[in-house]
Design a protein around this ligand. Structure first.
Ligand code: ZN
Length: 64
């Protein structure tokens, strides 16, 4: 599937600053972290799932 290949290439993490949002006292994490890679690795958001660009871990969003 072409879309899958594109997603793979796009898997590089952006700068950390884009993954956090200032939220009052501290920061709010915008993305979940990868349970396999640990807290330093964020999952990339997609339409109905979030994937880790490092290990390929994918978390599917539940049914609507
Ligand atoms: Zn991972």
């Amino acid at each position: 599937m072409a879309a899958k290949e594109a997603a793979k290439k796009k898997g590089r993490a952006r700068s950390q600053s884009q993954l956090y949002q200032k939220d009052g006292d501290g920061v709010k994490r915008l993305n979940k972290t990868c349970p396999k890679c640990g807290p330093g690795m964020f999952l990339a958001k997609h339409n109905n799932r979030e994937t880790c660009g490092s290990c390929g871990y994918t978390e599917f969003h539940g049914k609507k």
